[in-house]
Design a binder for this molecule. Structure first.
Ligand code: DGL
Length: 262
């Protein structure tokens, strides 16, 4: 039965765990395989052909393991390859993209900041998305080099991370934004730090939960939902097992076993 097959989830590294947590909460019976491409992170400063090649290796590995659906828990990879992969592989793909629409729904002064990687902000997909809303709001794009790397190393509170956040947030606050979109899955793990640095009146938009909800809808539509026997989560990395495991334990606040992606 296809329903019993796993759901594959991947990101350039550990950022996509922010989405995985919601998926596990909403779909406790599903077996999840999470791949952190930590040996090749970050994706944010790479060109599209590199991201496509890495995403293909991981997708084909997940398919070989019997994935019934794949969640690209990475804004940068979604922007580069999701349409192509939807056409090429015969399974549903769910992606993530900066939550501009939800930001528009809550902004009061129409000034919205978007924190994302350079790859996402310069992609055709993102530019099309922002063009669609360009008339109604002011979008201030802020690329955040170095920030995903800090999360990747589990360094959420170090002076270096705080310095980077101060730099990027002050640029956005200078534009009087009242809403900030977290357009990279790694940044969800910095919410507490970000919230301490911004005015109370600024709202953060994180779409991790909405992605998990979208996955539920797709599984239901495709009759692919697994509805009994508790599910498992298996973690894989293309990088150092020891380092990835330490970061995941820190981010999820529990002990997990990480396997090497062959
Ligand atoms: N987590 C990824 C994203 O959502 C990107 C981080 C990176 O590898 O640069 O875009």
């Amino acid at each position: 039965m296809k329903n019993n097959q796993s759901i594959g989830i991947f990101d350039s590294g550990v950022g996509g765990l922010s989405v995985l947590q919601h998926i596990h909460q909403l779909l406790p019976f599903e077996n999840l395989m999470y791949v952190a491409d930590s040996g090749h992170a970050p994706y944010g400063c790479q060109d599209e052909s590199y991201i496509e090649q890495r995403s293909r290796v991981i997708t084909e590995h997940l398919l070989a393991q019997g994935a019934k659906t794949i969640v690209i828990a990475c804004n940068t990879a979604t922007a580069s390859i999701i349409e192509k992969f939807r056409q090429q592989y015969g399974i549903p793909f769910i992606g993530v993209e900066p939550g501009i629409k939800p930001a528009i729904a809550i902004t009061k002064n129409n000034n919205i900041g978007v924190m994302a990687t350079t790859g996402t902000l310069f992609s055709d997909r993102y530019n099309e998305l922002s063009r669609r809303f360009a008339g109604s709001v002011n979008l201030y794009n802020q690329s955040c080099p170095g920030l995903a790397d800090q999360v990747e190393s589990g360094l959420l509170d170090t002076p270096e991370t705080i310095k980077l956040l101060e730099k990027y947030l002050s640029l956005l606050m200078a534009k009087q934004v009242d809403t900030i979109v977290l357009g990279c899955t790694h940044y969800s793990f910095l919410k507490v730090q970000i919230q301490k640095m911004i005015n109370d009146s600024i709202q953060l938009v994180d779409t991790s939960r909405a992605i998990a909800e979208q996955l539920v809808r797709v599984l239901e539509q495709e009759a692919l939902k697994k509805t009994s026997e508790s599910g498992s989560i298996r973690y894989f990395t293309t990088g150092s097992i020891k380092n990835t495991q330490a970061t995941i334990n820190r981010l999820l606040n529990r002990e997990v076993v990480v396997n090497c992606l062959p």
